[in-house]
Design a protein around this ligand. Structure first.
Ligand SMILES: [Zn+2]
Length: 387
């Protein structure tokens, strides 16, 4: 069994070991060591990164009680190897994980809720609790957590004897068989945990809740600590900077400027729709002004597809036969609406057969979309006397 050095020492990241077993794969090998500082994926947290003999370690998993390092290179069994854990990545995870303990300890103390889910990887950092928290609750907890962080409480991890454990009250996500590793934040929290932590809450630096959402009867909080919080803060400021430049507005004027832009956009859309309606009305009226009453009309519109219904209603005030209205929806793609008598269903079926059109409808009224050139569609309908 591999000696899990990271359990007693979170800070050493450079070590020598022996490759106990090596299994070669496609461009990689799967290695177990006699001892390792590589934290494997466990407890909802992604594994450490780094190198073994200079080759990247791309994954570290526990399988059958063994820690398997996936190494992008070739190693041989029994070889002396040198491991280097990526300290920057590890330290960020330590800040994040210790921060989670501070926050979850507070949630339990103030509200009695348990941390029932935890995910920490490069792309996500979430904590789930089995009870509801309001935005105000979260603000209060966040402030308390940051006070504890600045107070510099010592953090230690150890495996107590069965007798000692029996006398302790601690938080735990699940029942644990065998040895229980406890992580204590002095005067703040005691929790069963297998993950590397910082030595003092002051090393967490800062904790910020990023989002709060209802989740499985409780809540899910997304959060950042320490250097990841700093990165997130920079990203937020960059986003505000870009938004401000796009709007030609100072940061504090962004909400008012954006509200005005949105309102202007709504007004323009409304005016455009009105103009399109007038245009379509005019087109339809002029067509019926010259065509015989028994013509089967077909209209191609360049207007917003949302105006199809309006165009059909306009057409139907003049006409009672089969009517086809099509609106361009990008290059070579049309929305269509066909109304009149029962025969439009057969017409739609043919349109589907010829052009792979999509759509459905009820008796006498069908609609959908079709990808074809306007010319090909005109020919198709002309064959059916619709033009
Ligand atoms: Zn933990």
């Amino acid at each position: 069994m591999t000696e899990r050095l990271y359990e007693n020492d979170s800070y050493t990241v450079s070590f020598d070991a022996e490759a106990k077993s090596v299994q070669n794969g496609d461009g990689v090998c799967f290695v177990t060591l006699d001892r390792t500082f590589f934290f494997p994926e466990e407890g909802g947290q992604s594994c450490d990164r780094g190198t073994i003999n200079g080759y990247p370690v791309t994954d570290v998993q526990i399988r059958g009680g063994e820690i398997i390092h996936t190494v992008a290179g070739q190693l041989s069994e029994g070889a002396k190897v040198h491991g280097e854990v990526d300290w920057e990545y590890r330290f960020r995870n330590m800040q994040m994980h210790s921060g989670e303990h501070v926050f979850s300890g507070l949630v339990f103390r103030y509200f009695g809720y348990s941390n029932v889910g935890f995910h920490l990887s490069e792309n996500s950092a979430t904590m789930d609790y089995n009870g509801k928290l309001s935005a105000d609750d979260v603000s209060m907890l966040e402030e308390q957590a940051n006070r504890i962080i600045t107070e510099g409480h010592a953090i230690r991890a150890w495996v107590p004897s069965k007798e000692e454990l029996a006398g302790l009250t601690y938080r735990s996500k699940k029942e644990i068989d065998g040895d229980v590793r406890l992580v204590e934040i002095e005067g703040v929290d005691l929790c069963a945990c297998c993950v590397p932590h910082v030595r003092s809450t002051s090393e967490i630096g800062f904790l910020k809740i990023v989002s709060l959402e209802n989740y499985k009867g409780g809540v899910r909080l997304s959060y950042r600590c320490g250097l990841r919080a700093l990165e997130h803060y920079r990203e937020c400021l960059a986003l505000l900077g870009t938004t401000g430049r796009l709007l030609s507005a100072k940061q504090e004027d962004i909400p008012a400027t954006l509200t005005k832009v949105l309102e202007d956009g709504r007004q323009l859309s409304f005016r455009l729709l009105e103009a399109e309606r007038k245009l379509v009305s005019g087109q339809i009226r002029s067509r019926f002004g010259v065509d015989a009453r028994d013509a089967k009309p077909l209209f191609f519109l360049t207007a917003d597809p949302g105006i199809l219904r309006f165009a059909m209603d306009e057409a139907e005030t003049y006409f009672t036969g089969i009517c086809v209205v099509m609106a361009a929806q990008g290059e070579g793609r049309f929305r269509y609406l066909m109304e009149g008598d029962e025969s439009v269903a057969a017409l739609q079926k043919e349109l589907k057969g010829r052009f792979g059109a999509k759509g459905g409808g009820a008796s006498g009224s069908v609609s959908g979309s079709v990808s074809a050139s306007g010319e090909a569609l005109r020919e198709f309908f002309a064959e059916h006397g619709i033009q």
